[in-house]
Design a binder for this molecule. Structure first.
Ligand code: FAD
Ligand code: ZN
Length: 480
């Protein structure tokens, strides 16, 4: 933002410019000014909750006129502080929460057009009601929104088979930083008519414009979905299992998730209704899912054949194939509750790294050793989407320094722990943010690892699409 910006405008003037709600009372604003992890706290003049794309355009035009920043917000489940305003106060938080209509389902084109405030679960259910699958699946699906999923290019547990949010999007409707409406809701699989504007807004974390609706891809509902879990010694064994699973199951393998025993321990500690999957603990586990077009018996037989061969080859030490929906959900819960269990256990240092799949075991071995040597006693809570080369390589304090009284001391290690982990990810040819985006959390670190050319291209794009710098300032790109 321009430092010479004029005095604060009267935000109540926005009332009457758009339908929907305008919140201005401090108590009403509070939940919109802090992120899910409670790491970032910001300030704002108001929260605008429009009902339509025309409303969004009216709010953005008012903000552009008065040089007020616009911070788009969906479900506020992002993990990089992207939806939290800075503490300057010259901001309107633009919540898409009231824009939740499913506009159209086309079962011939296999597409669904939804407003940005639809929650992910809502879209999955709308697809299901039309006998179709919308495959994006995240543990936060009950609260996160399609606008947020697109703006962070969310990943989740089905990327292995269906790709991340970018691959699932056909078209967008966007309000630009000047308050114009771009009607780009095309349901086309093929469209080579110039620069791909859609892909610019996906993953931009609200720094280029506001996504107000999207046309997304649908898939046939699988005849059967079967879950299995295998006990493995280490990520290297898990990779051997991945190779075997891919050759035996082909494209029906839809999820391949790794988690360490410490993850399971944390979940059981904070969600005691759940059970260990095996009598004997193992250092690591893999959760696999197949989506089979030929039915349950076929899927089950294929999984059993895989597990038999993996047991014979000594790749896994134990395995279970779920025989009911309840058992399958119980296995998935162990994976999906890890983030919440970690949050309940106290502050931790999160990483969301990706490396080429072939390098992931070496990355883990190297980084475990390096962090263990430099920060004795720290606990590594490592889990994630091994099939995509993406791990949530999280760090918790030593057991004897886990209480809230040691929080500040532990968090002071964050820059040094980040540096070791991210230097390693980059050295192995990887990325420091695989699916959570940069927001404020990774902004400066990303700038450290990107080349000057890449940074300059990003800046030129930002300046071209948002010359006043009002769209979510301070996120993704460091201030120039
Ligand atoms: P918000 O948090 O509201 O916003 C995220 C960013 O997008 C911000 O920069 C915001 O300004 C911008 N934004 C939001 N809406 C719009 C819009 N309409 N137009 C323009 N910009 C917008 N993520 C994964 O990828 N994979 C996971 O497996 C995963 N698991 C999670 C598990 C838990 C328990 C939690 C809490 C989070 C998890 N996340 C995961 C992170 C998070 O859920 C995703 O990033 C999600 O896509 C964010 O959606 P949201 O609607 O909550 O966005
Ligand atoms: Zn994830």
């Amino acid at each position: 933002m321009n430092p010479a910006a004029p005095a604060l405008p009267d935000v109540t003037a926005l009332r009457g410019r758009f339908a929907g709600r305008l919140l201005t009372e401090a108590g009403d604003l509070e939940p919109f000014l802090v992120d899910w992890r409670r790491r970032y706290f910001g300030r704002a003049l108001a929260v605008a909750m429009p009902d339509s794309v025309e409303d969004v355009a009216a709010v953005v035009r008012w903000c552009a006129e008065h040089r007020v920043a616009v911070v788009p917000q969906g479900g506020n489940t992002g993990l990089a502080g992207g939806a939290t305003p800075d503490d300057g106060g010259r901001t309107v938080v633009l919540s898409l929460a009231r824009m939740k209509h499913v506009r159209a389902v086309d079962t011939v084109n296999n597409s669904i057009t939804v407003e940005a405030g639809c929650t992910l679960i809502q879209v999955r259910e709308a697809a299901h009601a039309a006998q179709r699958l919308f495959p994006l699946s995240l543990p936060s699906e009950g609260s996160c929104t399609i606008g947020g999923n697109l703006s962070t290019n969310a990943g989740g547990v089905a990327v292995l088979r269906y790709g991340n949010m970018r691959e699932l999007c056909l078209g967008l409707e966007v309000v630009t930083a000047a308050g114009e409406i771009w009607h780009g809701l095309r349901g086309l699989r093929k469209d080579n008519t110039g620069y791909d504007l859609r892909d610019l807004f996906i993953g931009a974390e609200g720094t280029l414009g506001v996504i107000t609706a999207a046309t997304l891809k649908l898939y046939p509902l699988p005849a059967a979905q079967i879950t299995a879990m295998a006990a493995v010694a280490d990520p290297r064994a898990a990779l051997r299992l991945l190779e075997m699973a891919q050759s035996m199951l082909g494209s029906s393998l839809t999820a391949f998730e790794l988690m360490s025993d410490l993850c399971i321990e944390l979940v059981l500690q904070h969600f005691p209704d759940h059970r260990r999957p095996f009598a004997q603990p193992s250092p690591h586990y893999v959760l696999l899912e197949t989506s089979d077009s030929e039915g349950e018996a076929h899927a089950q037989a294929a999984f059993e054949a895989l597990m038999e061969r993996a047991l014979e080859a000594g790749i896994v030490s134990d395995a279970v194939v779920a025989t009911s929906g309840t058992q399958s959900r119980a296995l998935w819960a162990l994976r999906e509750l890890i983030s919440e269990a970690q949050a309940l256990a106290g502050k931790n240092i999160k990483h969301d790294v990706s490396v080429p799949i072939s390098s992931i075991a070496d990355f883990v071995a190297h980084t475990d050793a390096e962090l263990g040597r430099r920060f004795p006693g720290i606990r590594l809570v490592v889990f994630g989407h091994l099939g995509d080369g993406n791990l949530h390589y999280n760090v918790s304090p030593p057991v004897d320094r886990a209480g809230p009284e040691h929080e500040a001391e532990f968090l002071a290690l964050q820059p040094a722990i980040n540096l070791v982990t991210h230097d390693a990810a980059v050295a192995f040819g990887g990325s420091i943010s695989a699916e959570h985006g940069l927001g404020q959390l990774r902004r400066d670190e990303a700038a450290r690892y990107k080349s000057p050319v890449e940074m300059a291209l990003m800046r030129r794009l930002k300046e071209a699409l948002d010359p006043q710098g009002i769209m979510n300032p301070g996120k993704v790109l460091p201030p120039s």
